[in-house]
Design a protein around this ligand. Structure first.
Ligand code: HEC
Ligand code: HEC
Length: 206
């Protein structure tokens, strides 16, 4: 084969900062890592997540920034709500707002790529919905809890991964507070669980 492959050219373009995403959905899908770095600073993530050599309150920047799936990172961001919420509340600081486009850039900076999420399994996702306790507060097709909205009716929040992460970023502090109030365990996600759950949630649209 002669000449650099398309993948190499793409990597080069990204490294040179040439990847300017169009506004709107296309931009929300493919984030811009350089802008994501600015989001990381502007939302003051860097207060608690410093490079390893400097030591911060939270895990080192190198642990956040690694090759990972996009729904996988959405799961990690979800996990992080109670700890961050508690620290911010103690310090009298507001929970930062992050829109879907900002979230896409942030996720690109943290090296999340939807292509790295394993092929989701909606049947496993249904088990995740039950085992994480979502149905204690939510209904699915009208069956289940009544504290939060029916999850079969929230399709617009489920994809792309950055839209989901942004919706959950908005809601997790309130969910964390509600979980504390009701004495329900705040669910945590690992590996492919978030991707599987979303595959199941999205299946309601079919
Ligand atoms: C007030 C301190 C604080 C701020 C600000 C903060 N974090 Fe965190 N973060 C933490 C702590 C503490 C943990 C580890 C505790 C946990 O995961 O429950 C953590 C964990 C994480 C994790 C790893 C979670 C996992 O399960 O692997 C990610 C990803 C993350 N933070 C991203 C961010 C991003 C993005 C921002 C900015 C929008 C941010 N953090 C701002 C304190 C903070
Ligand atoms: C302790 C109660 C509680 C638990 C557990 C809980 N939620 Fe929620 N959730 C809420 C409440 C309350 C709202 C409404 C928050 C608001 O809008 O202020 C909500 C909102 C939502 C929304 C709507 C966000 C939007 O606007 O698109 C989604 C989606 C969601 N939750 C998904 C989940 C999933 C998935 C789980 C399980 C992994 C879960 N929730 C677990 C209480 C909970």
């Amino acid at each position: 084969m002669r000449g650099p492959s398309a993948a190499v050219l793409l990597l080069l373009a990204v490294a040179l900062g040439a990847g300017t995403p169009a506004p709107g959905t296309a931009g929300a899908q493919a984030g811009d890592a350089a802008r994501g770095r600015e989001v990381f600073a502007a939302k003051r993530c860097s207060r608690c997540h410093a490079p390893r050599a400097e030591r911060g309150v939270g895990p080192a920047l190198e642990e956040l920034r690694r090759h990972q799936g996009a729904y996988e990172l959405a799961g990690r961001l979800w996990n992080h709500a109670p700890a961050m919420f508690t620290v911010l509340t103690q310090e009298g600081l507001e929970w930062p707002t992050i829109g879907a486009a900002e979230m896409a850039n942030l996720m690109a900076y943290l090296q999340a790529d939807p292509a790295r999420d394993p092929a989701p399994d909606a049947r496993k996702g249904q088990l995740v919905l039950v085992s994480k306790g979502c149905l204690k507060c939510h209904s699915w097709k009208r069956e289940g809890g009544r504290v939060g909205p029916d999850l079969a009716e929230r399709q617009s929040s489920y994809a792309p991964a950055a839209t989901w992460a942004a919706a959950m970023w908005r809601h997790t502090p309130r969910m964390a507070a509600k979980a504390i109030e009701l004495g329900v365990l705040y669910p945590r996600f690992t590996g492919d669980e978030m991707g599987n759950l979303l595959a199941f949630l999205r299946s309601a649209a079919k």
